[in-house]
Write a protein that binds this ligand. Structure first.
Ligand SMILES: Cc1ncc(COP(=O)(O)O)c(C=O)c1O
Length: 434
């Protein structure tokens, strides 16, 4: 049972608090009253240090597209390890992975590797500043783009900040310098008229608009085609770069979300799946913009572990397994899940819905119309129901993110999805009766 103060997980947490602030190195894995510690994982299943088994519907926050310990990755890494794991030299592994990714996406003339999605967004923003000579960026209210100061602005605005209609630049971390807030223009995610008005006001100072076409924190209600066209048109006519954050969204298709939506951004931030379960980030895009990374061209960029050969071979083994057919099958499973949830909620008379695209879903415990970050923002009672459901699902052997993010991998079966839906209905019925 979770939580269990006498469990190995609870005991580990007591030890962890002595040496790690908050007991971990990653705020997103925090779980009250204690996190769960994993012993091992394989395919779709994770086993914790107390022997409990969970079907993993979060896949390390979307980074594992083939589930855990994918045999092709294990083999590639096992071959690489005795050959060395980090060099201050170029490697053919880096070259091969760059060719693989650039070969798939028409807008990727060049790519530059780094170690996390945070670094990818940061370097894409820095590249846009170096290329345009302008200081500001625009981003959407509520959208998560990693931990770079500028990318974090207004990540957590809530009803207390919504006095005025226009989103405002709000610090996420304590101590964020005012200069950072001044240089970030915050726009709404779904309203192209309001967003365009705000963008035009700052057009001459903007280096880039950073946009995630499947933003999980903005509720995963897909943007309209009109919104995407507005972004492209605004950027093209004002010399502003369009940066897609596809750190998660790249799992939507063979050519990423940009292929699915028919948009070619100037730069794309990548991460997660392209590292095959190892730390990774990358910036890819137009050659004239990517030129800023060349020596003497404005953006020196080091990184001891950039393009690490272990990450490169793991990433290649992963992406080679993601053929067009594999993406189609995975996305069809996502559609199956979304439909299944919708029908099950209706049958059970439960006020809930599931949004999302491809293999990604986000559960909302409300039946109100969801068309903006502010309508998606859960009311306190919805968050409380979600917390009860999350704990119920844990005890039933299913793991999703605490805020209702669900992510499938190629190893998930229809039976697993059906069982997850059934457990969710049982959990919500329990929560509603409580
Ligand atoms: C859309 C998006 N951008 C950037 C990041 C940051 O990536 P990382 O955690 O690898 O730094 C994340 C992480 O979840 C993300 O979801």
């Amino acid at each position: 049972m979770f939580p269990d103060p006498s469990s190995n997980s609870a005991r580990n947490f007591e030890r962890a608090k002595d040496v790690l602030p908050g007991g971990n190195s990653r705020s997103t894995i925090d779980l009250k009253p204690h996190p769960i510690y994993v012993a091992e994982a394989s395919g779709s299943k994770v086993t914790d240090v107390d022997g409990n088994v969970y079907i993993d519907f979060i896949n390390n926050f979307t980074s594992l597209i083939h589930g855990h310990a994918f045999p092709a990755v294990t083999e590639a890494v096992t071959v690489q390890l005795p050959k060395g794991t980090a060099f201050s030299f170029g490697t053919e592994q880096e070259l091969a992975h760059a060719e693989l990714i650039c070969g798939r996406v028409p807008g990727f003339d060049k790519i530059r590797f780094m170690n996390s999605g945070t670094e990818a967004v940061m370097n894409a923003i820095k590249a846009s500043r170096a290329f345009t000579g302008r200081p500001k960026i625009a981003k959407c209210e509520g959208a998560y783009h990693g931990s770079y100061d500028f990318a974090e602005v207004s990540l957590n605005t809530g009803p207390e900040d919504w006095g005025q209609n226009e989103p405002r630049s709000k610090a996420y971390s304590k101590g964020t310098p005012q200069g950072v807030l001044d240089d970030v223009v915050v726009i709404p995610y779904h309203d192209e008229v309001a967003a365009s008005e705000l963008l035009k006001r700052h057009a001459g100072e903007l280096a880039a608009v950073v946009y995630d076409p499947v933003s999980s924190r903005v509720g995963m209600v897909p943007p309209s085609q009109a919104y995407l066209e507005m972004l492209v048109e605004f950027c093209q006519s004002n010399g502003v770069l369009l940066i897609f954050d596809e750190v998660i969204a790249f799992r939507l298709g063979y050519e990423g979300a940009q292929g699915v939506r028919g948009v070619t951004p100037d730069l794309t931030a990548l991460g997660k799946i392209i590292g095959g379960g190892f730390p990774v980030g990358a910036v890819a895009g137009r050659s004239d913009v990517m030129q800023v990374f060349e020596p003497g061209q404005g953006l020196p960029h080091g990184g001891t572990f950039n393009a690490n050969p272990v990450t490169m071979v793991a990433g290649m083994a992963t992406m080679e397994g993601m053929t067009r057919d594999a993406f189609d099958a995975l996305n069809a499973m996502g559609e199956y899940g979304r439909q299944g949830f919708g029908e099950a909620f209706l049958r059970a008379g439960i006020s809930a819905q599931v949004t999302g695209q491809g293999s990604l879903m986000r559960m909302h415990l409300t039946d109100r119309s969801l068309n903006s970050y502010r309508t998606i923002y859960p009311k306190p009672e919805e968050s409380a129901r979600m917390a009860t459901l999350h704990q119920y699902l844990l005890n039933a052997g299913f793991y999703m993110a605490e805020y209702g993010l669900i992510c499938l991998s190629t190893v998930n079966t229809k039976d697993e999805v059906d069982a997850f839906i059934e457990a969710t209905i049982a959990g919500l019925t329990t929560a509603e009766a409580a």
